[in-house]
Design a binder for this molecule. Structure first.
Ligand SMILES: Nc1ncnc2c1ncn2[C@@H]1O[C@H](COP(=O)(O)OP(=O)(O)OP(=O)(O)O)[C@@H](O)[C@H]1O
Ligand SMILES: [Mg+2]
Length: 290
């Protein structure tokens, strides 16, 4: 943990304007090898826009993005090919394809056959198919969805769709994975499992940059956290430093964390209280909270 100094991602002075609105303003940002970095900030702070600038979905108005020392062309497929994979805040899966097929599509940048061949299952694809399928199944085992390989993506519960998105992203064999709100809509158990999954991904040698509103998730997980407020990087540092920074607290005041994370926390507190009550009448209940 002491030699995390090789940059995987370097964003320099990235600005993104939409007409008169500056969604991202002069952001410098680095992710080093072996790191899990968090990107937090109130709604509308520019987090997703910044991801879109990193992945070639948007061409930044100013600034450059480099991956392992090379400036990236602002084209999503070339960014993926270079080694950056992502998931989306709004899940993007092929709803009517199976779980396995979704992962296979994610592999197309790493096979010679290309997307259409993969989708149409032409002769070239068939040859490469076996190896690809084995790799895809490994990934499904890794995320715990191997038993659902033949289910249609649209029939998966929400939490599993988010996991499948991660598997699809990993199928492109990235060196850096960007996750945009991976635990949105998850219950506390699923969130904790996702935490473990992200650690496991990092242990495979893949750096991770993650946007989340769930502060507990972020501060448990990340080696470093950057705070974006109104498009600007306000603070950056370890979880401890960021948590203690009054500017961060001020930035969130009057901006309660929206939706599920808050609800999940309330549910967790209620569950803990119920446990405490139960523990008074029975013996130990520990273990359920894992
Ligand atoms: N394509 C676009 N055209 C115009 N404005 C945009 C576009 N995309 C984002 N914005 C604006 O840029 C600002 C930042 O939005 P962004 O989605 O990046 O925020 P965010 O930090 O991801 O918020 P959230 O936490 O709610 O997902 C917002 O004011 C948004 O309305
Ligand atoms: Mg967003």
């Amino acid at each position: 943990m002491t030699t995390m100094t090789t940059p995987v991602l370097e964003a320099r002075d990235v600005t993104m304007r939409f007409g008169g609105l500056t969604a991202v303003r002069s952001v410098d940002f680095t992710v080093n090898e072996g790191e899990i970095v968090g990107l937090i900030g109130p709604n509308g702070a520019g987090k997703t826009t910044f991801f879109n600038c990193l992945t070639g979905l948007y061409i930044p108005t100013e600034g450059t993005v480099s991956y392992k020392g090379t400036v990236l062309p602002p084209k999503p497929h070339l960014v993926t090919k270079a080694g950056i994979a992502r998931t989306f805040q709004n899940i993007r899966l092929f709803a009517n394809m199976t779980v396995l097929e979704n992962v296979l599509v994610g592999r197309h940048t790493r096979t010679k056959e290309g997307l259409w061949s993969a989708l149409l299952r032409g002769p070239g694809f068939k040859k490469a198919e076996k190896a690809s399928e084995e790799r895809a199944m490994e990934l499904l085992e890794f995320i715990g969805l191997a038993h659902k390989r033949d289910h249609l993506a649209r029939n998966l519960p929400y939490g599993e769709q988010r996991k499948l998105e991660i598997a699809r992203a990993l199928a492109s064999e990235p060196g850096l994975l960007l996750l945009d709100e991976p635990t949105a809509g998850m219950n506390p158990q699923e969130t904790r499992a996702t935490e473990e999954l992200v650690f496991a991904i990092r242990d495979k040698g893949i750096a991770v940059l993650v946007i989340e509103h769930d502060m507990r998730f972020i501060f448990n997980l990340c080696d470093r956290v950057a705070v974006l407020v109104q498009g600007e990087k306000l603070v950056e540092g370890t979880s401890e430093v960021v948590q203690a920074d009054e500017r961060v607290i001020a930035a969130y005041l009057g901006e309660p964390f929206e939706g599920d994370p808050g609800e999940a926390e309330v549910a967790e507190v209620e569950a803990a209280e119920a446990h405490a009550d139960a523990a008074q009448s029975t013996t130990s209940t520990k273990g359920d909270a894992q």
